[in-house]
Design a protein around this ligand. Structure first.
Ligand code: 3SL
Length: 232
Protein backbone atom coordinates (compact mmCIF):
# COMPACT_ATOMS: atom_id res chain seq x y z
CA UNK A 1 0.00 0.00 0.00
CA UNK A 2 1.46 3.44 -0.84
CA UNK A 3 1.84 6.00 1.93
CA UNK A 4 1.04 9.66 2.41
CA UNK A 5 3.52 11.83 4.33
CA UNK A 6 3.43 15.54 5.16
CA UNK A 7 6.29 18.05 5.02
CA UNK A 8 5.24 21.03 7.14
CA UNK A 9 7.50 23.58 5.43
CA UNK A 10 9.69 23.74 2.30
CA UNK A 11 12.60 24.34 4.72
CA UNK A 12 12.18 20.73 5.89
CA UNK A 13 12.35 19.32 2.34
CA UNK A 14 16.07 18.40 2.60
CA UNK A 15 14.93 15.79 5.16
CA UNK A 16 12.57 14.14 2.66
CA UNK A 17 13.43 12.00 -0.35
CA UNK A 18 10.87 12.86 -3.03
CA UNK A 19 12.30 10.48 -5.64
CA UNK A 20 9.73 7.94 -6.78
CA UNK A 21 6.97 9.98 -5.09
CA UNK A 22 4.29 12.47 -6.00
CA UNK A 23 4.57 15.88 -4.33
CA UNK A 24 1.33 17.73 -3.66
CA UNK A 25 2.27 21.38 -3.19
CA UNK A 26 -0.27 23.34 -1.17
CA UNK A 27 -0.71 26.95 -0.17
CA UNK A 28 -4.39 27.11 0.73
CA UNK A 29 -4.19 30.86 1.52
CA UNK A 30 -4.04 31.69 -1.26
CA UNK A 31 -1.57 30.75 -4.01
CA UNK A 32 -2.61 27.21 -4.87
CA UNK A 33 -6.30 28.09 -4.44
CA UNK A 34 -5.80 30.87 -7.00
CA UNK A 35 -3.95 28.54 -9.40
CA UNK A 36 -6.68 25.92 -9.25
CA UNK A 37 -9.28 28.64 -9.84
CA UNK A 38 -7.28 30.06 -12.76
CA UNK A 39 -7.01 26.72 -14.58
CA UNK A 40 -10.66 25.97 -13.90
CA UNK A 41 -11.62 29.30 -15.46
CA UNK A 42 -9.65 28.83 -18.67
CA UNK A 43 -6.03 29.86 -18.05
CA UNK A 44 -4.15 27.35 -20.20
CA UNK A 45 -0.63 27.39 -18.67
CA UNK A 46 0.77 28.71 -15.38
CA UNK A 47 4.48 29.37 -14.88
CA UNK A 48 5.14 29.41 -11.09
CA UNK A 49 8.25 31.56 -10.65
CA UNK A 50 10.21 32.52 -7.57
CA UNK A 51 11.42 36.06 -8.25
CA UNK A 52 9.52 39.26 -9.09
CA UNK A 53 11.84 40.34 -11.94
CA UNK A 54 11.73 36.88 -13.49
CA UNK A 55 7.92 36.98 -13.42
CA UNK A 56 7.63 40.48 -14.87
CA UNK A 57 9.83 39.46 -17.82
CA UNK A 58 7.05 37.15 -19.04
CA UNK A 59 4.98 40.23 -19.88
CA UNK A 60 7.06 40.67 -23.04
CA UNK A 61 5.71 37.31 -24.23
CA UNK A 62 2.13 38.51 -23.74
CA UNK A 63 1.57 36.53 -20.54
CA UNK A 64 -0.68 37.77 -17.77
CA UNK A 65 1.72 38.45 -14.91
CA UNK A 66 0.73 38.15 -11.26
CA UNK A 67 2.63 38.82 -8.07
CA UNK A 68 2.00 38.95 -4.34
CA UNK A 69 4.34 39.84 -1.52
CA UNK A 70 3.16 39.86 2.10
CA UNK A 71 -0.45 39.49 0.96
CA UNK A 72 -0.44 42.52 -1.33
CA UNK A 73 -0.36 42.73 -5.16
CA UNK A 74 3.10 43.84 -6.24
CA UNK A 75 3.40 47.03 -8.26
CA UNK A 76 3.55 46.77 -12.05
CA UNK A 77 1.74 43.41 -12.27
CA UNK A 78 -1.63 42.68 -13.90
CA UNK A 79 -3.02 40.61 -11.07
CA UNK A 80 -2.48 39.73 -7.43
CA UNK A 81 -3.16 36.54 -5.54
CA UNK A 82 -6.90 36.69 -4.97
CA UNK A 83 -8.81 33.72 -6.43
CA UNK A 84 -11.46 36.22 -7.50
CA UNK A 85 -8.97 37.76 -9.97
CA UNK A 86 -8.96 34.45 -11.83
CA UNK A 87 -12.69 34.08 -12.29
CA UNK A 88 -12.86 36.98 -14.74
CA UNK A 89 -13.49 36.41 -18.47
CA UNK A 90 -10.18 38.12 -19.31
CA UNK A 91 -8.12 35.14 -18.09
CA UNK A 92 -9.61 32.64 -20.55
CA UNK A 93 -7.09 31.20 -23.03
CA UNK A 94 -4.18 33.12 -21.46
CA UNK A 95 -0.75 32.03 -20.24
CA UNK A 96 -0.08 33.21 -16.66
CA UNK A 97 3.21 33.75 -14.84
CA UNK A 98 2.87 34.09 -11.06
CA UNK A 99 5.15 34.62 -8.10
CA UNK A 100 4.00 34.59 -4.46
CA UNK A 101 5.69 34.77 -1.07
CA UNK A 102 5.50 31.07 -0.26
CA UNK A 103 3.32 29.10 -2.69
CA UNK A 104 5.45 29.29 -5.81
CA UNK A 105 8.54 28.45 -3.73
CA UNK A 106 6.87 25.28 -2.43
CA UNK A 107 6.12 24.18 -6.00
CA UNK A 108 9.58 24.92 -7.33
CA UNK A 109 11.35 23.28 -4.41
CA UNK A 110 9.36 20.06 -4.92
CA UNK A 111 10.76 19.45 -8.40
CA UNK A 112 12.86 16.42 -7.36
CA UNK A 113 9.64 14.43 -7.02
CA UNK A 114 8.53 12.11 -9.83
CA UNK A 115 5.56 14.40 -10.32
CA UNK A 116 4.42 17.68 -8.77
CA UNK A 117 0.73 18.50 -8.55
CA UNK A 118 -1.07 21.38 -6.88
CA UNK A 119 -3.73 20.99 -4.21
CA UNK A 120 -6.21 23.17 -2.36
CA UNK A 121 -9.48 22.51 -0.55
CA UNK A 122 -11.13 23.66 -3.78
CA UNK A 123 -9.90 20.54 -5.62
CA UNK A 124 -9.17 18.11 -2.76
CA UNK A 125 -11.47 15.38 -4.15
CA UNK A 126 -9.93 15.60 -7.62
CA UNK A 127 -6.44 15.41 -6.10
CA UNK A 128 -7.43 12.34 -4.06
CA UNK A 129 -8.77 10.61 -7.19
CA UNK A 130 -5.58 11.47 -9.12
CA UNK A 131 -3.44 9.98 -6.34
CA UNK A 132 -5.55 6.83 -6.04
CA UNK A 133 -5.14 6.24 -9.78
CA UNK A 134 -1.37 6.88 -9.63
CA UNK A 135 -0.95 4.52 -6.62
CA UNK A 136 2.47 5.94 -5.61
CA UNK A 137 3.86 7.31 -2.34
CA UNK A 138 2.80 10.91 -1.72
CA UNK A 139 4.34 13.82 0.16
CA UNK A 140 2.17 16.87 0.82
CA UNK A 141 4.51 19.87 0.72
CA UNK A 142 2.99 22.65 2.82
CA UNK A 143 4.07 26.14 1.78
CA UNK A 144 3.83 27.44 5.37
CA UNK A 145 4.85 31.06 5.93
CA UNK A 146 8.44 32.11 5.30
CA UNK A 147 9.75 28.72 6.35
CA UNK A 148 7.46 28.27 9.33
CA UNK A 149 4.60 25.84 9.99
CA UNK A 150 1.06 27.03 9.32
CA UNK A 151 -2.33 25.63 10.26
CA UNK A 152 -4.21 25.95 6.97
CA UNK A 153 -1.85 23.90 4.80
CA UNK A 154 -1.63 21.26 7.53
CA UNK A 155 -5.44 21.08 7.59
CA UNK A 156 -5.43 20.50 3.84
CA UNK A 157 -2.97 17.61 4.38
CA UNK A 158 -5.38 16.21 6.97
CA UNK A 159 -8.34 16.53 4.59
CA UNK A 160 -6.41 14.74 1.86
CA UNK A 161 -5.34 12.00 4.29
CA UNK A 162 -9.00 11.51 5.23
CA UNK A 163 -9.94 11.09 1.57
CA UNK A 164 -7.10 8.56 1.08
CA UNK A 165 -7.30 6.56 4.29
CA UNK A 166 -8.80 3.41 2.72
CA UNK A 167 -6.14 3.19 0.01
CA UNK A 168 -2.98 4.70 1.55
CA UNK A 169 -1.02 4.09 4.72
CA UNK A 170 -1.22 7.11 7.06
CA UNK A 171 1.47 5.83 9.41
CA UNK A 172 3.79 8.86 9.39
CA UNK A 173 3.59 11.00 12.54
CA UNK A 174 3.14 14.18 10.48
CA UNK A 175 0.20 12.63 8.63
CA UNK A 176 -1.40 11.36 11.84
CA UNK A 177 -1.10 14.85 13.35
CA UNK A 178 -2.59 16.54 10.27
CA UNK A 179 -5.43 14.00 10.10
CA UNK A 180 -6.25 14.42 13.77
CA UNK A 181 -6.16 18.21 13.50
CA UNK A 182 -8.54 18.10 10.54
CA UNK A 183 -11.00 15.92 12.50
CA UNK A 184 -11.15 18.65 15.18
CA UNK A 185 -11.47 21.47 12.67
CA UNK A 186 -13.50 20.22 9.74
CA UNK A 187 -16.95 21.27 10.92
CA UNK A 188 -15.86 24.89 11.36
CA UNK A 189 -12.62 25.47 9.48
CA UNK A 190 -12.93 29.25 9.56
CA UNK A 191 -13.57 29.27 13.31
CA UNK A 192 -10.62 26.91 13.87
CA UNK A 193 -8.36 29.12 11.79
CA UNK A 194 -9.59 32.44 13.16
CA UNK A 195 -6.62 32.87 15.51
CA UNK A 196 -4.07 31.64 12.93
CA UNK A 197 -1.43 34.11 11.90
CA UNK A 198 -2.22 34.13 8.19
CA UNK A 199 -5.98 34.49 8.62
CA UNK A 200 -5.30 37.44 10.93
CA UNK A 201 -2.86 38.87 8.37
CA UNK A 202 -5.42 38.55 5.57
CA UNK A 203 -8.22 39.94 7.75
CA UNK A 204 -6.11 43.05 8.30
CA UNK A 205 -6.13 43.38 4.49
CA UNK A 206 -9.96 43.08 4.57
CA UNK A 207 -10.12 39.98 2.40
CA UNK A 208 -12.36 37.71 4.43
CA UNK A 209 -14.27 36.70 1.24
CA UNK A 210 -11.01 35.30 -0.17
CA UNK A 211 -10.53 33.18 2.95
CA UNK A 212 -14.11 31.88 2.88
CA UNK A 213 -13.76 31.04 -0.81
CA UNK A 214 -10.48 29.16 -0.31
CA UNK A 215 -11.91 27.03 2.52
CA UNK A 216 -14.64 25.54 0.31
CA UNK A 217 -14.15 21.88 -0.63
CA UNK A 218 -14.55 20.27 -4.06
CA UNK A 219 -15.55 23.32 -6.07
CA UNK A 220 -13.31 22.39 -8.99
CA UNK A 221 -12.38 19.16 -10.69
CA UNK A 222 -8.99 20.26 -12.07
CA UNK A 223 -5.62 18.92 -10.92
CA UNK A 224 -2.76 21.22 -11.95
CA UNK A 225 0.24 19.08 -12.96
CA UNK A 226 3.74 20.50 -13.41
CA UNK A 227 5.01 19.74 -16.91
CA UNK A 228 8.41 21.36 -17.45
CA UNK A 229 8.03 25.02 -16.58
CA UNK A 230 4.24 25.00 -16.56
CA UNK A 231 1.30 23.88 -14.51
CA UNK A 232 -1.31 22.62 -16.93
O1 3SL B 1 2.51 33.11 0.50
C1 3SL B 1 1.90 32.97 -0.55
O2 3SL B 1 2.34 32.35 -1.50
C2 3SL B 1 0.55 33.64 -0.66
O3 3SL B 1 -0.42 32.73 -1.01
C3 3SL B 1 0.24 34.48 0.53
S1 3SL B 1 -1.19 35.46 0.42
O4 3SL B 1 -2.35 34.66 0.74
O5 3SL B 1 -1.33 36.03 -0.91
O6 3SL B 1 -1.02 36.49 1.42
Amino acid sequence: MPSIDVCFSPELLPLYDLKGKIAVAVDVLRATSSMVTALAHGVTHIAPVSELHECLAYKEQNYLVAAERDGVKAEGFDLGNSPFHYREDGVKGRFLAITTTNGTQAINRSRTADAVIVGAFLNVGAVANYLKAANKDVVVVCAGWKGLFNLEDTLFAGALAERLEDDFSLNHDATLAAHSMYQSAKHDLLGYLSKSSHVQRLERLHILPDIEFCLQHDVYDVVPVLEGDFLV
